[in-house]
Design a protein around this ligand. Structure first.
Ligand code: HAM
Length: 474
């Protein structure tokens, strides 16, 4: 990360430093907001208006899309409850050290992708969360959930932040649904967690999914594996990218998830971690597979699957689809038996996963799985004339008080245009308030599905609407 204090740097230079940092894949932070003249520099360079354009890699979820998110969130909340998970809501930023320690400082996420900044006051370094597991583990310790009956089952949903090169399915702000099952090493927990991830996808209707399953072993078997890997990589060390060369001694397994094409080619045929397990890890993995076989969850073994975060031990898995292009992984997770101890807590095993919500929604769109719900308007109140408009204000409040979604035309235009508005909103019933009817205490009640209408007393119309509401709720 590069941190620039504005006092030490002119604003013109700030922009140039930021451009260089971006090009080198470094996160750039500065102590004050970008001043006006830098704004115009960004605009000149990138040809966009920063006041009316969102930051790269972020999304606005417009009302016409939000219903899809709600549908997915409903299934996620319901399925989590079926499996005994309780929701936890965690801060969007944490102390930077939590991620350095938890995720590992030789990982891409920590080395290249974190949004890190100094808190005002300049003493504390904070980071927008790039994932949820470290925060959940921190909260588990901070709130002494260690004393809760085991396993402690937590789930969360929310924004995560990674400074990555944006493309379809890969963003700088994205959303995850994650679960963490804390306290037990039993292979049945691993199998159930994989099955939960798969069950969620199934409940959402997703097809053509592949579960890739592996064990990445424990610190004991990984020691021997790292040596094998170094022996394989040593002859090509000079050809690897600089980041990978730096990782060779510190953490050679991370070389296997380098995104650089040359490094990928050079690691082809590297020894697979899943083929270098110690006896205990191999038998744990076999048990996980026995449970999954019995549960009927389809998986493929992939001995070379390594996850990009350092906390994983033993079971690791990803769920992939061919419908996402380059970003094929919709879900990733695994066991992390030492994370909580590494954060200073007692030995507490854990197992979990996170699903990327943008990716889920992209697949569901590609597979035509969304059915748009009917419009949400129960009653539209059309008013003809000023006195009727006053009555409409009172009536519409009464209707909402009855629990009906009610809409009106605030400008009280002609009846034709009000009926068009009612149609556009998908109103089931239109109540027409005219001067003549009002003087008789009556109202026109129009059922939109049958294009039929009748004149009723206001009480009778409200009674009829109670029935409509009751029928809709059944
Ligand atoms: P992860 O594999 O880094 O794992 O992320 C999980 C999922 O988040 C990915 O499969 C993907 O769907 C989504 N995702 C990741 N990065 C992006 C991005 N830049 N844009 C859009 N979606 C993205 C974790 O985060 C672990 N904390 C999972 C876990 C929980 N392991 C144990 N417990």
């Amino acid at each position: 990360m590069i941190f620039c204090a504005r006092k030490l740097t002119s604003s013109a230079r700030l922009y140039k430093i930021r451009q260089r940092a971006d090009a080198a894949g470094l996160v750039f932070c500065h102590s004050e907001p970008v001043p006006e003249n830098d704004r115009s520099a960004v605009e000149r360079k990138e040809g966009m208006n920063v006041l009316t354009t969102r930051p790269r890699g972020t999304s606005d979820i417009l009302p016409e899309e939000v219903w899809k998110w709600r549908r997915v969130e409903t299934v996620l909340n319901e399925t989590a409850a079926l499996y005994g998970y309780s929701e936890i809501r965690l801060p969007v930023f944490e102390h930077t050290e939590l991620f350095q320690r938890g995720i590992g400082d030789a990982t891409d996420v920590v080395e290249k992708e974190m949004y890190t900044f100094m808190d005002r006051g300049g003493k504390k370094s904070l980071t927008l969360r790039p994932e949820g597991t470290a925060g959940a583990a921190r909260a588990y310790l901070e709130h002494k959930l260690t004393s809760w009956p085991k396993p402690v089952k937590l789930y969360y949903m929310g924004s995560m932040f990674r400074y990555d090169r944006p493309q379809a399915g890969r963003y700088r702000e994205f959303h995850q649904f994650g679960v963490e099952n804390l306290g037990l090493t039993d292979p049945a927990v691993d199998a159930e967690t994989v099955a939960l991830a798969y069950d969620i996808c199934r409940r959402l209707g997703l097809r053509n999914l592949k579960i890739r399953l592996n064990s990445v072993g424990c610190p004991q078997c990984r020691g021997a594996y790292r040596e094998k890997l170094r022996a394989f990589l040593r002859p090509v060390l000079g050809e690897l990218c600089e980041t990978c060369r730096n990782r060779f001694e510190r953490n050679p397994m991370r070389i296997l998830d380098c995104k650089n094409d040359a490094c990928r080619a050079l690691t082809q045929g590297a020894p697979a971690v899943g083929e270098s397990l110690c006896e205990d890890c191999a038998s744990h993995f076999q048990e996980v597979r026995n449970h999954l076989d019995r549960m009927g969850a389809p998986y493929e073994l992939d001995p070379s699957l390594v996850r990009g975060l350092d906390y994983y031990t033993r079971t690791a898995f990803e769920i992939e689809t061919a419908d996402l292009g380059a970003q094929s992984s919709v879900c990733g997770g695994g066991r992390y038996d030492h994370l909580i101890k590494d954060l200073g807590g007692p030995e507490t095993p854990g197992m979990g996963f996170a699903l990327g919500l943008e990716r889920l929604i992209l697949i569901m769109e590609a597979q035509n799985l969304f059915v748009q719900p009917a419009g949400g308007c129960d009653v539209f109140v059309a008013a003809l004339g000023l006195r009727a408009a006053y009555e409409a204000s009172a009536l519409i409040q009464e209707l909402r008080g009855m629990g009906l979604a009610a809409e009106r035309d605030y400008q009280a235009k002609g009846l034709k245009s009000q009926m068009k508005a009612a149609d556009r909103l998908g109103a089931k019933v239109v109540l027409i308030l005219g001067e003549d009817e009002l003087s008789r205490g009556e109202i026109v009640y129009r059922r939109m599905d049958e294009s039929a209408q009748e004149t009723l007393s206001v009480e009778a119309a409200l009674g009829r609407l109670e029935e409509v509401k009751g029928a809709a709720e059944k």
